[in-house]
Design a protein around this ligand. Structure first.
Ligand SMILES: NC(=O)C1=CN([C@@H]2O[C@H](COP(=O)(O)OP(=O)(O)OC[C@H]3O[C@@H](n4cnc5c(N)ncnc54)[C@H](O)[C@@H]3O)[C@@H](O)[C@H]2O)C=CC1
Ligand SMILES: NCCC[C@@H](N)C(=O)NCCCC[C@H](N)C(=O)O
Length: 263
């Protein structure tokens, strides 16, 4: 799995505020409002314990501090434990944490110790980015282009299908694309090679670890590109040229989705 870098997380508060402003422009609601409406939950002073984890590639410099800033932005009371790993988990519980946030190289979880609910960052991220894009006030149809159908992208594509959108999907892994076409009933669509099936989209969802995966030919004026994928799916030039509203942020929107889903 592509791991975050400290550079991805620089100025996380500014990144979150900018993303929130884009979400408001696209949907009329802020991220909090979307999460509240979608999950039907509201934070009520739950204490969040953030536990650094040293396994695998180890601690990512500003990951825990970023989670502390993010939980604060969404109105949660949180703390980062002094100790990592098992000792940190013990410390979090002993200090009254109701929700645990922790991540190794493969899984980033939120666990509510009071109601037993548990959330995984990858599906929670795909679903919330899809939910935001599905509420695009200026969408010109119910057609969606979904590029990248992995651990984040597949749940996102499935969410669009469940909400009644017509999903055109693409993944560089042909076997995965075939599996997704048959399991979700999406329409295979290679954005770089679609002469026989030319179309533009006002809603695009991208979840790949590659840059510039969305070519100019599929972008319509004032389209929304909702993309958890890191790095960015389109160039700044294309974003400016077509007035694209970009929903893109490295950690906070997915974390909010996890937290609201376990309340
Ligand atoms: N912003 C956020 O909050 C989060 C961002 N991410 C990021 O989302 C991205 C996807 O993460 P996962 O789904 O866990 O990875 P994954 O490896 O499970 O899925 C990525 C998929 O993209 C496909 N792909 C790669 N290059 C492609 C290309 N050029 N065109 C089309 N498809 C291509 C791969 O075949 C794969 O199926 C990563 O960059 C990850 O860092 C992950 C979690 C949260
Ligand atoms: N964007 C949200 C998904 C993050 C994920 N791609 C990742 O980098 N996971 C590794 C996190 C490792 C954290 C580390 N163990 C620590 O505790 O600092």
């Amino acid at each position: 799995m592509a791991l975050l870098t400290p550079e991805d997380l620089e100025n996380i508060n500014k990144q979150l505020q900018e993303a929130d402003s884009s979400v408001r422009k696209v949907t009329g609601l802020d991220i909090k409002g979307i999460c509240k409406d979608f999950y039907g939950t509201t934070p009520c002073c739950e204490k969040v314990g953030i536990v650094p984890v040293t396994s695998g590639n180890g601690i990512i410099g500003s990951f825990s501090a970023s989670l502390h800033a993010i939980t604060g932005y969404f109105g949660f009371d949180s703390f980062v434990t002094d100790m990592p790993d098992v000792s940190g988990y013990y410390e979090a519980v002993r200090n009254g944490a109701q929700i645990i946030l922790m991540a190794d190289d493969n899984t980033f979880l939120a666990h509510n110790l009071k109601n037993g609910k548990i959330a995984n960052n990858q599906p929670c991220t795909g679903i919330i980015y899809a939910e935001i894009a599905s509420r695009h006030l200026k969408a010109d149809s119910k057609d969606v282009l979904a590029v990248g159908l992995g651990k984040v992208g597949f749940p996102g594509a499935a969410h669009f299908v469940h909400k009644g959108f017509r999903v055109y999907g693409y993944d560089a892994d042909k076997a995965l694309l075939e599996k997704t076409v048959s399991s979700l009933g999406i329409i295979p669509f290679d954005p770089d090679n679609h002469s026989d099936n030319f179309r533009k989209f006002s809603i695009i969802f991208e979840a790949t670890p590659c840059a510039n995966t969305i070519p100019e030919s599929v972008i319509s004026e004032n389209c929304v590109i909702s993309t958890p994928g890191i790095p960015c799916a389109i160039s700044k030039e294309l974003q400016k040229k077509y007035g694209v509203e970009l929903i893109m942020e490295p950690l906070g929107i997915g974390t909010a989705s996890m937290l609201y889903s376990v309340l």
